[in-house]
Design a protein around this ligand. Structure first.
Ligand SMILES: *Cc1c(COP(=O)(O)O)cnc(C)c1O
Length: 492
């Protein structure tokens, strides 16, 4: 492309993107199309074109394809999973990063980009109240950020050279990881990839508030020590993926200090709420962690992907990941990020996060995160007030609840009714998600199928939240009628 072609295609694309972003509240959240329909729009079976096309025509066509057949997590009524809208400055930041294209695997290849990443990591530590002398790096997301902490713990915990000898060596002991039953599935992938196997995970039960049970943890650790196993890490979750509950971090930190066990905090969802003054007490103890995972593509609103791993002692990262092959002569005068994690060549993920941190400042983020929490509490109150909705939990910006038809309200304890309510809410959710009006996902609370709204969305306004109960009840009623008519359910 010539400079002029780039300019004209770029200006036109920015214009379209700006219109798209402004139009989001008025668009359906999703088209609900099937894979076959989407493939037809894409001409998925077409072979690779022999000759090229003009970018001038190609980019608008690609934009239309995406704008017309996507699910928009930036829609003001998107409350599913934990997926945030992208900060505008982050969208532009990704473009700028791609234009300069620094390889942030080595300082020499990315002088200012490496320093921006280092500053971004320090600022994230500051937001969490974690020592800014820590080490850390940007990764693709929460899973990878947790893996980094996991591997740092593995190298630190083994009293044999686990990186060289692996886990089968005669000197090896069985490594054990402790996590609550509410922990995200990254822990299974990490135990698997790290060679420990998922059986090495000790699933610690939770108390009535869904927080890790300290006594059960202590019993489990004592039992493993008595059996000659090596405790590797305790994982505390700071904002669980299902219900937003924060484990008792301070007590966990105390127990880890007592036994000398690595303390890892999974703050992928909730970690950033530690900066909000009236939430901060929930996170007391996070400052004692050996490693923390957070997810800037959640509550910092970075466009996908951006995770961040922090490690209290910076050397722990090199001790877990660095090799120095003869073809690298990068020196150690500054961070060579290939030595801090699994990646070699690395993109400039930090830029979009760094730009957003500068644009919003700490106070901007405190306000945006507080707003999400306030909206979630407002939704919880509306659910409580509605006779056909049953609230379960509310923590940080997640609430769980279900639809209960009026005639079943008094009978929810009956086994048949309870099974029917699971089926009904599953059907309600499928209809809601396909309908494009709003989007929630699901959780299981005390064995019951629950609808789950997680508000990590700066586009959401109070009227969006206020509209939810009647949307859900309307769809719930019609799903109820349909299910009962089809006699898909055993007699109630
Ligand atoms: C989202 C999340 C993860 C996984 O993060 P990804 O960015 O999806 O890889 C892990 N743990 C918790 C608590 C999360 O909320």
């Amino acid at each position: 492309m010539s400079g002029d072609e780039f300019r004209s295609a770029g200006h036109a694309l920015i214009e379209r993107i700006a219109e798209f972003l402004e139009s989001l509240p008025g668009r359906p959240l999703t088209t609900g199309e099937s894979p076959a329909q989407i493939r037809a729009h894409l001409h998925a079976d077409a072979v690779l074109p022999e000759s090229g096309e003009d970018a001038d025509a190609l980019l608008p066509a690609a934009a239309d394809l995406l704008f017309d057949h996507s699910l928009f997590n930036g829609h003001p009524r998107f409350f599913g999973y934990i997926t945030a809208p992208p900060a505008h400055v982050g969208i532009l930041g990704d473009m700028l990063a791609a234009a300069v294209n620094p390889n942030v695997g080595a300082w020499k290849l990315s002088p200012v980009a490496s320093e921006i990443e280092a500053q971004c990591v320090r600022w994230i530590a500051e937001l969490l109240g974690f020592p800014t002398t820590c080490g850390g790096l940007m990764v693709s997301g929460g899973n990878m950020a947790n893996f980094v902490g996991f591997f740092a713990a593995r190298a630190a915990a083994a009293d044999w050279d686990v990186r060289r000898l692996g886990l089968q060596d005669g000197a090896a002991r069985r490594l054990r990881v402790y996590a609550s039953a509410e922990t995200h599935t990254w822990i299974q992938k990490a135990a698997d990839l790290g060679g420990l196997g998922t059986d090495s995970i000790r699933w610690i039960p939770v108390d009535r508030q869904l927080r890790m049970d300290l006594d059960a943890l202590r019993r489990s650790v004592d039992g493993d020590l008595a059996a000659g196993d090596q405790p590797m890490a305790v994982v505390g979750t700071a904002g669980s993926v299902s219900t937003g509950v924060v484990d008792p971090l301070d007590e966990l930190a105390g127990l880890c200090a007592e036994y000398g066990i690595w303390f890892h905090v999974d703050g992928a969802y909730g970690g950033f709420a530690a900066m909000v003054p009236d939430q901060a007490s929930l996170f007391t103890g996070i400052e004692h962690a050996d490693s923390i995972a957070v997810d800037p593509h959640k509550w910092l609103y970075a466009p996908l992907e951006a995770g961040c791993a922090l490690v209290r002692l910076p050397d722990r990262l090199r001790q877990a990941f660095a090799y120095s092959p003869p073809y690298y002569h990068f020196g150690i005068e500054a961070n060579n990020y290939n030595e801090f994690g699994p990646q070699n060549s690395r993109g400039f993920r930090a830029l979009k996060v760094w730009l957003a941190l500068r644009q919003a400042g700490r106070s901007g983020y405190v306000r945006m995160i507080s707003d999400d929490i306030t909206l979630s509490r407002r939704l919880h109150a509306a659910v409580e007030a509605h006779p056909e909705l049953e609230p379960f939990t509310q923590a940080l910006s997640i609430n769980t609840f279900r639809f209960v038809p009026a005639d079943l309200k008094a009978r929810t304890q009956e086994a048949g009714v309870s099974r029917y309510l699971d089926t009904l809410n599953r059907e309600l959710l499928a209809r809601l998600e396909a309908g494009g009006e709003a989007f929630v996902s699901n959780a299981v609370v005390d064995g019951r199928f629950a609808l789950r709204a997680c508000i990590v969305n700066f586009n959401t306004e109070t009227h969006d939240v206020d509209a939810m109960p009647s949307i859900i009840v309307r769809i719930g009623r019609s799903a109820d009628v349909a299910l009962r008519q089809n006699e898909l359910v055993p007699a109630l």
